[in-house]
Design a protein around this ligand. Structure first.
Ligand code: GLN
Length: 206
């Protein structure tokens, strides 16, 4: 046996997709690469099948929901999330991971994965968007800068879901098993610690 063998493939960087139907895809690709993942945009079921984890970006949850159905991605997404693929949703992505939306638009569907009820646009309209420091369980050091843009909040969570952060008395970050969700947008701040937490979840699941 030689001790100069190449590293085992288990140490190869995880491949993390970003659902690229609508929303701030590019910012997530950059944040994931900074967190040492191989990042790829995902638009087709065949591409989804090849990733170790998936980010669902911010944007407009009604549009993402409709496009996911149109692209034949809704069922494959549900299946992979059910099977334990690590998934991280920001803002509209958080809404996509909820089992229930309080005020859905007609025909709006979710993937599910986190036993939580969410309220869309709960923090107000576009011109009421704001930034605030948010302490997130599992992210060491200073609080992260939370960017809230027409952000949802989580009204309630089931027993299996863990609340990771609150803002103004409302739940804004949740984890359940391999699913992570934040109301705010860490991909817009240049601070990649939340993405690093997610990439660690992907590595742990491999
Ligand atoms: N309000 C949007 C929605 O309901 C989410 C906004 C965002 O992702 N920044 O989908």
């Amino acid at each position: 046996m030689s001790d100069t063998l190449p590293l085992p493939s288990a140490e190869a960087p995880p491949v993390v997709g970003v659902l690229a139907l609508q929303g701030d895809v590019r910012e997530h690709l950059i944040a994931l690469a900074a967190a040492d993942a191989v990042a790829r945009p995902i638009r087709r079921p065949e591409e989804l099948a090849e990733v170790d984890g998936l980010v669902i970006p911010g944007g407009e949850s009604t549009t993402i929901s409709k496009l996911a159905a149109l692209f034949g991605l809704m069922e494959p997404l549900r299946e992979r999330v059910r099977a334990g693929m690590p998934v991280y949703g920001t803002c509209a992505g958080l809404i996509m991971l909820a089992e229930k939306i309080l005020d859905p638009r007609s025909g709006q569907e979710t993937i599910g994965g986190i036993d939580m009820i969410v309220r869309r646009n709960a923090f107000g309209r576009q011109n009421e968007s704001f930034e605030s420091a948010v302490a997130v369980k599992g992210v060491e050091g200073d609080p992260v800068e939370g960017v809230f843009i027409r952000a949802p909040w989580v009204e309630s969570v089931g027993a299996a879901a863990e609340v990771l952060a609150e803002h103004g008395g409302h739940i804004v970050a949740v984890r359940q098993g391999n699913a992570l969700a934040t109301s705010f947008h860490p991909e817009l701040t240049g601070d990649h610690r939340v993405h690093a937490l997610f990439v660690d979840m992907v590595r742990a699941a491999q």
